[in-house]
Every structure is written in C-alpha cells, then in structure tokens.
Design a protein around this ligand. Structure first.
Ligand SMILES: NC(=O)c1ccc[n+]([C@@H]2O[C@H](COP(=O)([O-])OP(=O)(O)OC[C@H]3O[C@@H](n4cnc5c(N)ncnc54)[C@H](O)[C@@H]3O)[C@@H](O)[C@H]2O)c1
Length: 258
C-alpha cells in the first residue's frame, strides 16, 4: 500500500521501535500520531519532525484515550497504518517474576493481569479501533484500506524464567494475528505482527550499548550484536508496502533462540 498522503498511529511512538517507525513513515510522506505517555521524548520528536506529526498523550489501557488518538490521526489524513509498539519500562507492566518465588509465594495475579492488559489488550484495543476507522476508507487499486501491525516478542514463542506474564501476553498477540487477518480480509485490511529478538531501545535504560552487546551478543548467532530499532522500522515499512504479507508473525532476531 502506498504510504504517501495517508496517516498512521504509533502507540509507543516515543519509544525505541516507535520513534524509528515514526521517522520512516514521515520520510515516506505519512502524517503520524505519536500515542505515548513520555511527554519529553514525544515533544522532542514533534519539534524535530514538524507538522507531519502530532503527539496525543495516550495510556494504552484507556480505551477513550486510544479512540481520541485514532481520531486525531484520521483528522490529519486517511488513516491507513496502525502500529502497536508500546510497552517496556515502568509503565509497560511488571518486571520478571517466577510463578512461585523461592519462599513459596505465588506471583500476584495483578502482575499477570497488568502485563496482559498493557501488551495484549493494548495491542487489540488500538488495532481494532484503528481498523474500524480504516474500514470506512475508499479502497486503493488493490482493494486495500489499511494495515495493522502488532508487536510480539520471541518470548511469545519461548519465554525465559520469570516471563510467564509477558510470554502469555505476547503469545496472545501472535495468536490473534491470523484470525484478525481473516476477520479483516473482507474490509481490505491486513494484519501482521513482528516478534523482535533483543534490540537496543529505551527499555534497557542507561546501560551502555557495549555492556549490553557483551551480555547478549553470545546468544545471537549472527549478527553478533543487539538489533537496531531501525531494523524493526524497515520491516514495518516493507509490511505496509507489500500487500501480500498478511496474517503472519515475522521473527526479527538474528536467529536468536533463548
Ligand atoms: N527492545 C527489545 O529487545 C524488545 C524485544 C521484543 C519485544 N519488544 C517489544 O517492543 C515494544 C516496544 O518496546 P521498546 O523496546 O521500543 O521499548 P521502549 O521503552 O523504547 O518504548 C516503549 C514506549 O512505550 C511507551 N509506553 C509504555 N507504557 C505505555 C502505556 N501504558 N501507554 C502508552 N504508551 C506506553 C513508553 O513511554 C515508551 O515510549 C514492547 O511491546 C516490547 O515488549 C521489545
């Protein structure tokens, strides 16, 4: 689908993957709504990219916030691309926890619920609300009205110790991909998911890249480094532009297996 002249919403648009995707979309001629909670980074991005982007402060767990962000994108130009790539850090759910800790205490149900709420329900909320708006677009020459892109993780296939909540949420994102593509097929809307491996984003805080590469490189067959966020963004653009990619989760991980 042609990107130029259309709009996009990127949840987590001020994050590592999100910013890289926003930049590539703007470069291709799209208008973009950055739906995020990080005012400082989002405003800096707006300052840098100008009127092609708008920041709409959005908590992904608040449906009304999400609807307002989706509508803001539609006001800029016909909404054709929705990317759910929020999460990470303190707002993204809890950190790793075993199902039962060493003292025999079970993980709080609230931890599980919050993680699923942000990553799985959030992915569903923005992509489904955006798809409803896209379904009203005039179709292009190939019968296409838009593309929804979710973000899972390789932990959705094979989580590590302490990742049961996160793996369950990301497994749900993977699980809904083909079904959503089937649901949206008649409307000319495609649905894809990217499952990243280990990428250097804000989620890793201030830890220097050299230290992270030392830690993770040995787990990644090739290239022996963490992924660059722009490698996610490049794949996102290919997914938007290639109409035959649909209903599938693409691992983007340098052949990493945990
Ligand atoms: N970095 C990795 O190695 C990696 C690997 C696999 C999957 N992922 C997934 O990629 C996605 C993005 O992660 P990232 O690495 O770019 O992290 P990041 O911390 O760089 O960016 C995430 C962004 O999401 C925003 N956010 C957090 N909670 C939010 C909420 N409730 N509502 C709206 N926005 C919110 C943050 O403010 C931040 O700007 C996440 O879903 C994460 O699980 C990351």
């Amino acid at each position: 689908m042609e990107i130029k002249g259309r709009s996009a919403i990127v949840t987590g648009g001020a994050g590592g993957f999100g910013e890289a995707t926003v930049r590539r979309l703007v470069d291709k001629g799209a208008n973009v709504v950055i739906a995020d909670l990080h005012d400082e980074r989002a405003n800096a991005l707006v300052k840098d990219l100008g009127s092609a982007v708008r920041y709409v402060r959005t908590d992904i767990t608040d449906e009304q916030n999400v609807i307002e962000a989706v509508n803001a994108a539609q006001e800029m130009a016909p909404l054709a691309f929705a990317v759910a790539v929020h999460g990470g850090g303190a707002n993204g759910g809890g950190g790793p926890q075993r199902i039962v800790d060493r003292d025999g205490n079970p993980i709080a149900v609230e931890h599980f619920r919050r993680t699923v709420e942000v990553y799985l329900v959030g992915n569903f909320t923005v992509l489904s609300r955006a798809a409803a708006v896209m379904s009203q677009n005039a179709p292009d020459d190939d019968g296409q009205r838009g593309v929804c892109l979710g973000t899972a993780s390789i932990a959705g296939f094979e989580g590590q110790v302490g990742q049961s909540s996160y793996s369950a949420a990301k497994g749900g994102v993977i699980g809904m991909t083909l079904t959503a593509a089937r649901d949206m097929g008649p409307a000319g809307i495609r649905f894809m998911t990217i499952a990243p491996g280990t990428f250097h984003t804000y989620a890793y805080g201030d830890v220097p890249i050299e230290a992270l590469n030392d830690r993770f490189a040995k787990l990644i067959p090739n290239p022996k480094r963490m992924g660059h966020p722009d490698e996610y963004a490049k794949l996102a653009i290919q997914i938007f532009e290639n109409d035959f990619l649909n209903g599938y989760t693409i691992r983007l991980d340098g052949a990493q297996r945990f």
